[in-house]
Design a protein around this ligand. Sequence first.
Ligand code: FA5
Length: 339
Amino acid sequence: MEQKLQAIALEAKNAIGSAQNSDELGQIRVKVLGRKGDLTAILRELGKLSKELRPVMGQKVNEIREELTALLDAKEADMAKHELAARLEAEALDVTLPGESVKRGRLHPLSIVQGEIRDIFIGMGFDVKEGPEIEYERYNFEMLNIPENHPARDMQDTFYIRDGILMRTHTSPVQVRTMLSESLPIRMICPGRVYRSDDVDATHSPMFHQVEGLVVDKGICFGDLKGVLDEFIKKFYGSGTKTRFRPGYFPFTEPSAEVDATCAICHGKGCNVCKGTGWIEILGCGMVHPSILEGCGIDPEVYSGFAFGLGLDRLTTIKYGITDIRLLFEGDTRFLGQF
Ligand code: FA5
């Protein structure tokens, strides 16, 4: 038995000496010291020995168990140190290497200008609304006093989805939607995309953007309209900007006006952007026609209002001196990166 014990100890020491990693060490520990291991087997055989030999052998087994346990622990600690060092080296990170640069996007000029317009009107107490781009013909035309054969439809006739449903030609249907659904008084703007079957050129696109405005309350008059739009244009283009109201025509406002501002590029002297006139047309506006109020269930004897609609793309091109509206829609980052 003694020989067997020495053989187990020797084999175990050799195995510990040549173990390559902590997994192998674990297996040796189980094989020698485990419940079904070599030393436990020897302990079980002690019963076969004489009374005198039993404690002697028992003590030897224990000594060898302690010796092997100590060897295994020491080797394991050593191995863990080396394995950690190897891992740290393999996973080493050079924090001084230059990082991969992330290309930062920026706001599209139309979004910048829309944000500025929104801020100015919010500052004057307006809400910001949204409306659908696919719209009922009734809201886009009929309820705005543009019946089926009205000549105003020719200028805006557009892309029909199916009978009675179209891509909206302006943001004015949001006036109707707001008057039908909101309680009075109303003070709102609505920016959004609109669609017309216009040919593409430097100032026209079949898809463009408008910002609608609507105020309905008791005692609203043309002076309020002029005051609000004058304030807006001065805040947007600068306090020195002058405005000019010319008579205009829209079926849904009466009286109606076109509003010009002194050219932001030449400040009224005349240049090629304003075609030498010193003025640039900015928007259409007017007092909400009483029949429109009535159609939306608002008593025109008690309430009155004004509305306006501006071309956002035009405002943007003028503000930045962009000579062709198409540049806004081409997605060329060399152009867009300048704003
Ligand atoms: C209207 O669309 C009216 N709904 C505006 C309005 C609202 C008047 C409320 C009164 C009260 P108009 O068709 O003029 O009006 O269009 C308004 C602006 O849209 C124009 O001044 C112009 O700047 C812009 N616009 C019109 N067609 C195009 C186009 N094809 N491409 C780019 N901008 C356009």
